[in-house]
Design a protein. Structure first.
Length: 173
């Protein structure tokens, strides 16, 4: 089956997997980011998130542990293939002051979810909220609450009632 993400689309995960389990991943904030210092932290030019992003070795190990904790199905095949179906994502993104390494703020978010609500779509919302905070259209706390409580509902309100399928990573934010 050919799809938007390459020559062969993977089988999507159930729609319920688009949101983290709030018991396992309630979200956590970075205490170094406050409303008063956003111009020197998340809104500064030159790549703030790149400077605080956790090491890939840490996030890959955490992803393995959390895939088991979440009870995600153990896909057949090589471990790297199975792990590639997920992004170890920050519930409250680094672009809006989420904790970089607290496991309460990270979860194995599937890339491809029924209905289209996978990790690439959430990236678009992260970028929009970052822009809104940095342009003082909403407060940092409002952005953090919106994404941590119901990122899909927030996406529907701010971007589109249906997911727009495009990759939108912004690691320099």
């Amino acid at each position: 089956m050919t799809g938007a993400w390459g020559w062969c689309s993977p089988k999507p995960f159930p729609e319920a997997d688009a949101l983290p389990n709030p018991r396992l991943t309630p979200g956590a904030l970075n205490p170094a980011v406050t409303q008063d210092n956003i111009d020197e932290t998340i809104c500064r030019p030159g790549g703030y998130t790149r400077s605080i992003r956790p090491d890939e070795h840490y996030t890959e190990q955490l992803k393995r542990e959390q895939i088991r904790a979440y009870g995600y199905p153990q896909q057949m095949g090589h471990d790297a293939f199975r792990l590639s179906k997920y992004e170890e994502d920050h519930l409250i993104s680094l672009e809006i002051g989420g904790s970089p390494s607290d496991p309460k703020n990270l979860w194995p978010e599937p890339h491809h979810v029924i209905g289209g609500w996978g990790s690439y779509v959430k990236d678009q919302l992260e970028n929009r909220l970052h822009t809104m905070v940095c342009h003082h259209q909403i407060t940092l706390a409002q952005a953090q609450a919106a994404i941590s409580h119901d990122w899909i509902g927030t996406y529907k309100r701010l971007i589109s009632p249906t997911p727009v399928q495009k990759r939108a990573h912004r690691y320099g934010g």
